[in-house]
Design a binder for this molecule. Structure first.
Ligand code: DAK
Length: 260
């Protein structure tokens, strides 16, 4: 994948990890439509690449992303907002098969926080600040901020964040279960890449089904989630990697995954 083909992001591969970096520093990585289009397109390309096993999305030291682009939205009509393809880009993130890890430093606000929460895991640096400040500009979150945030941190904290622009420090975000871990600023991307490389070295079909099963927990009643989990578990017995994984355990050797 070639960096020059994008205007608002940078991309690169490291081994089996695909990295997308939002690159609008002059706008604190605000997510205008061209940026969202590029983020989703790059992630989808990595998702379709069999040489890639895990994805990482990051910003820069000052901001993961300061939200949707207010200057772009300011004069929109209700019909424009209702019909905006903007929501589609968010939906497409949900259909990525491979795990997506957010590496967050600095501001992670509004649509930026929603983008991080649409990822499967979040590694935060000590400087990360999470918030849903839409109320301060006369609106409410529009891409999951009232839903995913509430599921992650609970009603009490979500109410304060959405109704009164409370920001969470990285440590608070860790305590409330919004992020996986907090690391020094200089190591946040390395830590996310390290975790991604470890996951990318796991049997890919099992990783995909595991991600899918966990995300179903947010969508379905427990009984249906358990049924879906059991079917995916059974389905894995049709893979070479299940045979290899169990044989390797019994033979006391490391497994060699084939991805099928
Ligand atoms: N949009 C546009 N430009 C932004 C921006 C944003 N969200 N955030 C920052 N910028 C721009 C600033 O305007 C400034 O531009 P210039 O004046 O230099 O041209 C430049 O970035 C640097 O910003 P500051 O000078 O303000 O930098 P500071 O370091 O002092 O402050 C800050 C950083 C992030 C605390 C501050 O910029 C800030 O409060 N930004 C706004 C944060 C915010 O309110 N975010 C929520 C936006 S609403 C939807 C999906 C999603 C959404 C809506 C609908 N659908 C699917 C329908 C999401 C909505 C939102 O996210």
């Amino acid at each position: 994948m070639v960096n020059q083909s994008y205007e608002n992001i940078l991309t690169r591969c490291e081994g089996r990890v695909g990295l997308v970096q939002i690159n609008r520093p002059q706008a604190r990585n605000a997510l205008n439509t061209p940026t969202m289009i590029e983020i989703v397109a790059a992630l989808q390309l990595f998702d379709a690449d069999e040489g890639i096993g895990c994805l990482v999305l990051t910003g820069d030291e000052r901001a993961f992303a300061a939200g949707a682009d207010i200057k772009q939205m300011a004069n929109a009509s209700v019909v424009e907002m209702l019909n905006a393809p903007f929501l589609d880009y968010w939906d497409r993130l949900q259909s990525l098969r491979k795990p997506l890890i957010a590496a967050v430093s600095g501001w992670c606000l509004g649509g930026g926080c929603e983008l991080a929460m649409a990822c499967d895991m979040i590694i935060a640096s000590e400087s990360a600040k999470f918030g849903q400040p839409e109320i301060t500009i006369g609106v409410i979150p529009g891409a999951g901020g009232t839903q995913r945030l509430t599921l992650a941190v609970g009603k009490a904290v979500a109410m304060e964040m959405v109704l009164n622009n409370r920001h969470l420090s990285a440590e608070e975000a860790l305590r409330y279960g919004l992020v996986n871990r907090v690391v020094p600023v200089e190591s946040v991307l390395d830590e996310a890449m390290r975790l991604a490389a470890e996951i990318a070295a796991r049997p890919p079909v099992a990783v995909q089904l595991a991600k899918e099963a966990i995300n179903r927990a947010f969508e379905m009643p427990l009984s249906e989630g358990l049924l879906a989990e059991r079917r995916s578990f059974a389905m894995l017995f049709a893979t070479q990697d299940q045979k290899e994984g169990m044989a390797a355990f019994i033979e006391k050797r490391p497994p060699v995954w084939q991805g099928c």
